[in-house]
Design a protein around this ligand. Structure first.
Ligand code: DQA
Length: 147
C-alpha cells in the first residue's frame, strides 16, 4: 500500500518562506513526521516536491493509474493548472487537495482551485497539520481505489 504526497512549486522553501503564513515546519520535517505515521500504519510513503508542473502531472498520472491515493499541495499551480486538473481526471486519481494556509482568507486570486472539482476532498488552513489530517482521511478510508 502506497500513499503519495506531492508538493508543488516553492514548497521546498518551507520554514524560510513567509513563516507567518506557512509556519516554521520544513518540508523535510513534515516528510519525517508523515513517514513515521505511515510506518506505524503499515503503508509506504512516496513524498515528493517539484517546481515543475510537468513533474506533478507525471506523478499524478502514475499514482492514478496505479490506483494509489494522492495528497496534493500543488502550490500556485492550484490556481492555474488545467493540466493537473486533466491529469487527475484522465488517470482517475484519488486526490485530497491540501493547503497550509486558508487560501480563502487571502488574495482573491487564491480563491479559485482547478484541483478542487476533481478532488475527493480539500483540507486547508491548518498549516502542516493539513497534511496529517489528509493522511488520516486516507488511512481511515483504505489506501486503494477499491475501498
Ligand atoms: C499554498 C497556497 C497557494 O496559494 C500558494 O501559491 C502556495 C502554497 C498553501 O499550501 O497554502 O504555494 O498551496
Amino acid at each position: 500500500n502506497v500513499v503519495h504526497v506531492l508538493n508543488g512549486p516553492n514548497l521546498n522553501l518551507l520554514g524560510i518562506r513567509e513563516p507567518d503564513i506557512y509556519g516554521a515546519t520544513t518540508l523535510a520535517a513534515l516528510e519525517a513526521r508523515l513517514s513515521a505515521t505511515c510506518r506505524n500504519r503499515g503503508v509506504t510513503l512516496n513524498f515528493r516536491q517539484s517546481n515543475n508542473e510537468g513533474d506533478l502531472v507525471n506523478w499524478v498520472q502514475d499514482a492514478g493509474l496505479a490506483g494509489e491515493p494522492v495528497i496534493l499541495n500543488a502550490g500556485a499551480y492550484t490556481h492555474t493548472s488545467i493540466a493537473l486538473h486533466d491529469a487527475i481526471k484522465g488517470a482517475r486519481a484519488r486526490v485530497i487537495e491540501v493547503h497550509l494556509s486558508n487560501v480563502h482568507a487571502r488574495e482573491r486570486f487564491r480563491r479559485h482551485s482547478f484541483i478542487a472539482p476533481v478532488a475527493e476532498g480539500v483540507i486547508l488552513g491548518f498549516g502542516a497539520l493539513s497534511y496529517d489530517l489528509a493522511l488520516e482521511a486516507i488511512l481511515a478510508g483504505g489506501t486503494d481505489s477499491e475501498s
